[in-house]
Design a protein around this ligand. Sequence first.
Ligand code: SAM
Length: 200
Amino acid sequence: MKDTFITKASDWDSPERISMTKKFVDELLMHVSPLSTWKALEIGAGTGLIGLQIEPFVSKVVFEDTSESMLNVLKQKLNDDIKAEILHGEVFEYKKRDIDLIFSSMAFHHITNIEKTLQHLAMITKTGAWVVVGDLETEDGSFHGFEPVPHLGFDTSILSEQFRQNGFDVKSVNIYNTISKGIDSIIMNYEQFILIAQRK
Ligand SMILES: C[S@@+](CC[C@H](N)C(=O)[O-])C[C@H]1O[C@@H](n2cnc3c(N)ncnc32)[C@H](O)[C@@H]1O
């Protein structure tokens, strides 16, 4: 498993990223009210910027990521945190069928096989469980400086249909933030969507 975030991990927690993750969490909490009994799983948890904000609301968070270096930054924040469980690897390695809430921000475009991932999410979630995914709307590749990534954002109507085909009700999809980046002296705007689905 290649760690493509090895050079980014130590500087990941910038004020801009912290603010971006707060917007995602605020939006998530507008749609879903987590219960203290819930077990949650974050896909592409990175340094835990999002999962650590959700953790106070639930009984457990599984922080899953393929990057050991990102998870090492997270581990330094955890101390004796008994509500946190780290899963280093692909989400397919999580096999229990006990999840009430899955969330993921800016990780789906790094996941090669979305169809297989959604099939797996349907398997590990309870009936009525929530899945909340935030990512980029379709972009031209400039977001990652034209480096290859599995998905140049998403067409949310196609992604929504994939959720439906895999046993989820899509409750809402909306744009909740725009990231502006200066690229070759041009300001590029990248819209971020949040998709809220519930397992049937
Ligand atoms: C853009 S970062 C976002 C991190 C975190 N969600 C945040 O908002 O700060 C993408 C994360 O997804 C992880 N990732 C990449 N491919 C993955 C995969 N196939 N499964 C799980 N995580 C993956 C990366 O290692 C990285 O930590």
